[in-house]
Design a protein. Structure first.
Length: 137
């Protein structure tokens, strides 16, 4: 299983992003199921839509959001049910500096066991129970 982070999805869908090429080369094995099913948290979709709106405009934000929700390879994860556990993960993070969305990703990835996070956010590196994809970036 692989949890998709906002930094990865924004880089993939924004050709101007410094990580765009790495995201494109990483997306192929993700889409092919190389890490199992892809999970898209509701919080992540909100971030992606907001960032793409600011950087690329409404048309791109809507197109990407719709494509993500319709992708057969992606399981959408509503966040209402995981809110209490996410809040606890957020509360216990110590000095990591995770956003609430980051805490949700960590909580879901850890709960799934042997999971991966597609991200360019360095805050996920070194988190027990999570492998970061791509390995560098």
């Amino acid at each position: 299983m692989i949890v998709l982070d906002s930094s990865f999805l924004v880089a993939y869908h924004n050709s101007r992003d410094v990580h765009h090429e790495a995201a494109v080369s990483t997306m192929e094995p993700i889409a092919a199921g190389g890490w199992g099913r892809s999970l898209l948290l509701e919080y992540v979709l909100l971030e992606v839509a907001t960032v793409l709106l600011a950087r690329r405009g409404l048309e791109t934000a809507v197109r990407v959001s719709t494509a993500l929700l319709e992708a057969r390879e992606v399981d959408f994860v509503p966040c209402s049910d995981i809110f209490p556990d996410t809040l606890e993960t957020f509360r216990l993070q110590g000095e990591r500096g995770w956003s609430f969305t980051d805490a949700a990703i960590v909580m879901v990835a850890r709960a799934a066991g042997d999971s991966h996070v597609a991200t360019f956010d360095g805050g996920f590196r070194g988190v027990e129970g999570i492998s970061v994809v791509p390995a560098s970036g």
